[in-house]
Design a protein around this ligand. Structure first.
Ligand code: 13P
Length: 251
């Protein structure tokens, strides 16, 4: 079986409900579905319900969730609520970890709850510039993965998607080179064989992905998709990245 790709757009805190609906309808018109390609967007919570009725060509994900099913947690959104609206949920994005102080333990609880509610978790991991420059990239990622998977049954870990997002590459215009991305993805694959024996793993790269660098990144052996921030907010750039993936699949 050939490689399965996921081209995902993380919209962060951009686009209201109406803009999100218009974008998804327009984007759907820019590509034809091909085997091996899935396209997803991760809009703000307020847009999710409005996207449900649209053509299922584009999958929908949430950017975060809380790890309880219900209760007195003012301002939080539970996996039970997301279950009827989305396919995927981002867990542990570096902005959640850094700005909102999410710990590895929080990430672990969220992963377990997402799986329990049949949401596909996209687990984000990645190192800071300082960690990279001091040779700590592998240790950091190993710790993040081990902690995130704590107590997860091996058969369930096969449902997890990983997004490798070096923090120094997010929103900086400075992407990891295809070689740097491949090296870390390969390392993660090796870890996965120990952490989740026999389970498949799809790894996305994220961090300043644009049309100009996406083809080469996607062509790397262990890169099975991209998680795009800024360039997913415009139809032209996001659809150009999708087209690059289609081109690779046709080769
Ligand atoms: P940019 O593509 O804007 O660097 O953002 C990456 C990201 O954080 C995706 O989750």
């Amino acid at each position: 079986m050939g490689k399965e790709y996921l081209i995902a757009g993380n919209w962060k805190m951009y686009k209201n409900a109406a803009e999100s609906r218009a974008f998804v309808s327009d984007l759907a018109g820019t590509f034809t579905q091909v085997p091996g390609l899935a396209v997803a967007v991760f809009p703000p919570f307020t847009a999710l319900a409005g996207l449900r009725s649209l053509d299922g060509k584009i999958k929908i994900g949430a950017q975060n969730m809380f790890y309880e099913e219900k209760g007195a947690f003012t301002g939080e959104i539970s996996p039970l609520m997301l279950q009827e609206l989305v396919d995927y949920v981002l867990i542990g994005h570096s902005e959640r970890r850094e700005i909102f102080k999410e710990s590895d333990e929080d990430v672990n609880k969220k992963i377990r709850m997402a799986l329990q509610f049949n949401l596909l978790p996209v687990l984000c991991v990645g190192e800071t510039l300082q960690e990279r420059e001091t040779g700590k990239t592998r240790a950091k990622i190993e710790r993040q993965l081990e902690k995130a998977l704590h107590g997860v049954a091996s058969r369930d870990s096969g449902k997890i998607i990983i997004a490798y997002e070096p923090i120094w590459a997010i929103g900086t215009g400075l992407n990891a080179t295809p070689k740097q991305a491949q090296e870390v993805h390969h390392f993660i694959k090796g870890l996965w064989r120990e952490l989740a024996p026999g389970q498949n793993l799809q790894i996305l790269y994220g961090g300043s992905v644009k049309p100009e660098n996406s083809l080469e990144l996607l062509a790397q052996e262990d890169v099975a998709g991209v998680l795009v921030g800024g360039a997913s907010l415009k139809i032209e750039s996001f659809s150009a990245i999708i087209q690059n993936c289609v081109q690779l699949l046709k080769q």
